[in-house]
Design a protein around this ligand. Structure first.
Ligand code: ADP
Length: 502
């Protein structure tokens, strides 16, 4: 347990704070509680092709930076077209000779082994994930890594039961699939993409995002330890051009992409007219809707989790709070008090709630959009807290007096920034929630079951959470409407996207 040290200078009366506002977060200081497990990082990470770590043919590497302190962590191989060709050749061979022919119950054994090996090294992977991406250790330890393992376990369970994926029909793998993932949940997105694909009997070429390649390449070590046949999964790191080479490669029978709507559109254009199947999981601007009969304290926790989880780098983040007018003031007051308690800083500290922004570029994007919010006349609230001198950090931010026409209410900010709007009737809430180009997720807070059912029918969002937010499970399909993409990941529906019906 961390010990608490009373801050000498902080006196509630002297600071003019109302007596009723009890904020331990700025009355007491936590002793540092850094996570100390060894992340076993290497100075250089090569490409993982055919179960071997191989240097890129061009000999080019790029630096991976720790966003919490701006220090270089390692060099990452920069794959180009020739490396992508080698990865596809390995995947095709593995598919034709081994994996595509192997009975599902045999494939399951490898996938179980991957899940268990990941559990064995969970703490090591959690620390590596936090150093690489900036997310709080309590999230990588309690969410990202266990959830990644859960996806492998779940899909291992399916591998010998594929006859039940499409009742009355037989399913068959597609062949080799190309996948590109973003930087917000590096290991978890990898598991989301790889586990269903290989459980179904496909082989994979996958690219992690350029700022977060380390845990992806570490997973290669686990594939080796699990004895996965060479070529079943190939991991090629690099930039957008590497991603484009993966998506457009003639060997890919299917491509799956998670990232921005902008890049998703580029990919769709580039493969239009080909036979490739596609899954696109793109941006979002979710409405988190609080009615006047909601349990307000729980809703405030859900609002905080909805927008500040992973620094708001979440495509399904509850970035628009729609609050019923009768409780708007009460919700906003409680929310501000709660935000003052959040601890921002070193992501490796077990007490940290909000870690580092993933990259300098992303920090600039957040700063730009927040400046627009101020300029457009929204009222900004940020708690007064110290930020570390080095690294990329941004204070949790709440904008009130926001209208639907404000850019901060329309554009995905992908940072710890909440826009608050109000509504008077259920119809108005639905209208406002659906008035967006996106449709990935939504949240509803109310005491009434009938209202939950009505809202979940009317909201054009792939996932609607009721009296909770950001809950994930491998059994539950996830995906979007409209510009948030198409195709589902997770559950039986996710498997359907990796097979053909025969
Ligand atoms: P984000 O907003 O999450 O940074 P991006 O869409 O820019 O999302 O990036 C998501 C992933 O897509 C990253 O792995 C990135 O390298 C890759 N990528 C970027 N441009 C392209 C492209 N033209 N084709 C394929 N992949 C790309």
């Amino acid at each position: 347990m961390p010990t608490l040290t009373r801050k000498k200078q902080s006196n509630p009366r002297a600071s003019g704070r109302p007596a009723a506002e009890l904020i331990f977060g700025d009355l007491w200081e936590f002793d540092p509680a850094p996570e100390t497990a060894d992340p076993k990082l290497k100075a250089r990470y090569d490409l993982f092709i055919n179960n071997k770590f191989v240097p890129p043919k061009s000999g080019k590497y790029f630096d991976s930076i720790n966003p919490a302190n701006e220090k270089k962590i390692a060099e990452i191989a920069y794959a180009q077209a020739a490396d992508v060709d080698a990865a596809y050749a390995a995947a095709k061979k593995a598919y034709d000779t081994v994996w595509g022919k192997m009975p599902g119950k045999e494939r399951a054994k490898y996938i179980y082994r991957i899940a268990r090996l990941l559990q064995d090294r969970a703490r090591e992977f959690a620390v590596a994930e936090t150093i690489d991406g900036g997310k709080p250790i309590k999230e990588s330890r309690d969410f990202d890594v266990p959830m990644a393992a859960a996806h492998f376990f779940y899909h291992a369970g399916w591998a010998d039961k594929l006859d039940y994926v499409a009742p009355g029909r037989k399913v068959a793998p597609l062949g080799v699939v190309g996948q590109v993932i973003p930087w917000n949940f590096p290991l978890l997105m990898l598991a989301w993409k790889i586990a269903p694909a290989i459980a179904m009997g496909n082989c994979v070429v996958i690219k992690p995002a350029e700022t977060t390649s380390i845990t992806a390449l570490k997973l290669g070590e686990i594939f080796q330890a699990a004895g996965l046949p060479p070529g079943v999964v190939n991991i090629v790191s690099g930039f957008g051009d590497t991603g484009a080479a993966i998506m457009t490669h003639p060997t890919a029978a299917k491509v799956a992409f998670t990232g921005s709507t902008e890049v998703g559109k580029i990919i769709m254009r580039s493969i239009a007219g080909t036979e490739k199947k596609m899954t696109m999981e793109l941006g979002g601007k979710a409405a988190n809707i609080v009615f006047d009969d909601a349990p307000i304290d729980q809703a405030v926790e859900g609002i905080v989790n909805g927008i500040f989880f992973n620094q708001g780098h979440v495509c399904c983040a509850g970035s628009r709070l729609l609050v019923h007018e009768p409780v708007a003031e009460a919700v906003l007051t409680k929310l501000k008090t709660r935000i003052k308690m959040l601890r921002i800083g070193d992501p490796l500290d077990k007490n940290t709630d909000i870690g580092a922004i993933n990259s300098k570029e992303q920090l600039k994007t957040i700063q730009r959009l927040v400046a627009i919010g101020v300029k457009e006349g929204a009222t900004m609230f940020q708690p007064k807290c110290d930020l570390p001198a080095k690294g990329y950090y941004f204070r949790p931010t709440v904008f009130s007096d926001v209208t639907m026409s404000h850019q901060i209410a329309r554009e995905e900010i992908f940072g710890p920034v909440l826009s608050v709007l109000t509504f008077r009737t259920l119809d108005e809430a639905v209208e406002k929630a659906n008035n967006t180009a996106y449709g990935l997720s939504a949240g509803v807070w109310t005491d009434k079951g009938s209202r939950i059912l009505k809202m979940s029918t009317e909201l054009k969002a792939g996932v609607v959470w009721a009296n909770t937010y950001n809950k994930f499970d491998p059994t539950s399909p996830f995906g979007g409407y409209k510009e948030s993409g198409f195709g589902r990941e997770g559950g039986r529906q996710g498997l359907l996207d990796y097979c053909k019906l025969v």
